[in-house]
Design a protein around this ligand. Sequence first.
Ligand code: SAT
Ligand code: MN
Length: 595
Amino acid sequence: MAKNLELQAWVSELAKFGQPDRVVWIDGSQEEKERLEAEAVSSKELTRLNPQEHPGSFYHRSDPNDVARSEHLTYICCKRKEDAGPNNNWMAPEEGYRKAGEIFSGSMKGRAMYVIPFSMGVIGSPFSKIGVQITDSIYVALNMRIMTRVGTKVLEQLGANGKFTKCLHGKADLNVNRRLILHFPDDNAIWSVGSGYGGNALLGKKCLSLRIASFLARQEGWLAEHMLILGIEDKKGKVEYVTAAFPSACGKTNLAMLIPPEGLKAKGYKIWTVGDDIAWLRIGPDGRLWAMNPEAGFFGVAPGTNSKSNPNALATIKKNSIFTNVVLSDDGKVWWEDGEGPAPEKATDWRGKPWKPGLKDAQGKPVLGAHPNGRFTAPASQCPSISPHWEDPQGVPISAIIFGGRRERVAPLVIESLDWNHGVYLGATVASERTAAQDGKIGELRRDPMAMLPFCGYNMADYFRHWLEMGKRIPKPPKIFHVNWFRKDGKGKFLWPGFGDNLRVLEWILARTGGQGKARKTPIGYVPTADALDISGLNMPTETMQKLVEVRREDWETELEGHKTYFDTFGQRLSPEMWKQHHALKDRLKSAVAA
Ligand code: SAT
Ligand code: MN
């Protein structure tokens, strides 16, 4: 039980409200883990996997209508609509509490209510934040135990008077018409009802560590970002760190765990994973920007994960992991499309229906065994490439910030910004084709500034301002880049191999931060010359490289209009500096024609 009176009062109030059969305080012990697992197995919420193949691991299916974040049901509940901005759904706080309250009220009858004290960031770091999540999902409780640091140690750190984010989660009846994911930044509170899936339900992740944290970060002068953090060690043992922001399901986990490609082996690089999804960035005493990963686990997309795309992830999920919405074989193993080895002959799919390889539906279309957004939850400490510094309380110093989206055309492989403010512009105008991590039409292009569109807890115009302000305050700022691994040729084939070969781009990026690396100045920023990247062992025709670094003026003129249309949605609130950047780009494109 907690010494913290505010916490005690809040928990007993919620117990009256949700009316669970019992209240269970999560202490974080091994004994508790085994007890919860056994309970979840007997209630059929989890299936214990084959102990030889997947020691300590479990399988779960979420409700078929509850398989991705529900962005259209996600709201920021601040007093004034304009403070939430055009980037967020908004609801008045009273209305939010009332609507979600009606759904939550009495909804825990017949269930246990778990109270999970958790820390985002290592316990006791001055940069960490404490939250307490209430949930009636044992699956969520077990996931939170992997994704965050939980239990008694956190309560001790919280003490009698510590502040915490109040995170209320109730599955209710999992009815999509009675689902709401609400954020109350002024109250430091989150209310999520009607979903049991990932980002909707693991409230430490996107809800706290991005939406609420981004709000706090602006007040407190730091940055909460949707970024992986990785270290690149060279032959001499020097390690440099970069952060990279991509929309969900664009390969962040793969990049964070990258294995150097054959062709670069001789250079002796080693990659260190610090985080795969979220970075909290602060100005260090040395004037550099430092990043820490607030999470303790990986919640990665399973389909597509194999020993070629991400051997480190495969090793990470060998044991003590939870698999959601993938294929379950009759002999207790998991499988997914583009995974490892052949599909099992006897299995059930993510919906729980009998499934076998080659299965077709009534229209003759192949039936996927795993949902494209099927996930694994695994402890970060199990990752072979985990950085020895991943739990350093102050984080790691950052040399470069990388933004990226999924673009078939327009964006070259990599762009280096002209300076910090231009880098903010590059980040603010990121666009990406939609993936399976969010409900909606896959492939549709949407603006996703800094890959934060679904995660910024306030008006994005103010967020850009905050980024610009931070630039003034960081004495030794990292350089900002934009990458695109997804450019295609006329026939729809990817031009760049991606995965481990992305190190070739990181190598150029670090060369540039060190004042080296060949580049040409284009209207959109510095772009590598066609011979700038080390592509040894790739067998890539020069022509392909030329296409990858090509900057087509016509494309960028159309793109500029897209920027303007997007910026217009912010009205007067957008910083004049963003328009200045916009017009400067326009002018540079014009004079390029003249020249
Ligand atoms: O569902 S999550 O938000 O945790 C995963 C993602 O969208 O990146
Ligand atoms: Mn993410």
